[in-house]
Design a protein around this ligand. Structure first.
Ligand code: ZN
Length: 98
């Protein structure tokens, strides 16, 4: 699979359509195929999904605080948020017995 920018492709399609219309040329499926094929590849990283694993307790000041561990990268935190601050994983995966 090759990822391309849909907005950029639509812009090009509209430009070509307008140009063809002005020059009284037919805008064909091959023109659209050529635009899609010539669109630059977009780099994107797939979303990683993880969940928080209960870690051990850590001492902060004079308190024992439970640590949460990211199931994707293993980074620890004391605040379980919607995303891992270390690797960016979305923490929406259902926790398994670990
Ligand atoms: Zn992580």
């Amino acid at each position: 699979m090759r990822l391309i920018d849909e907005e950029l492709v639509m812009e090009k399609v509209n430009e070509c359509f307008d140009t063809c219309d002005q020059l009284d040329l037919h805008f064909t499926a091959q023109d659209v195929i050529d635009i899609i094929k010539s669109a630059p590849t977009v780099e994107a990283e797939p979303t990683r999904h993880g969940h928080w694993i209960n870690g051990s307790f850590i001492i902060i000041g004079s308190q024992l605080v439970p640590e949460k561990i990211c199931s994707v990268c293993g980074a620890g935190t004391i605040e379980a948020s919607d995303f891992c601050g270390a690797c960016g994983a979305k923490m929406d995966e259902e926790a398994k017995d670990e």
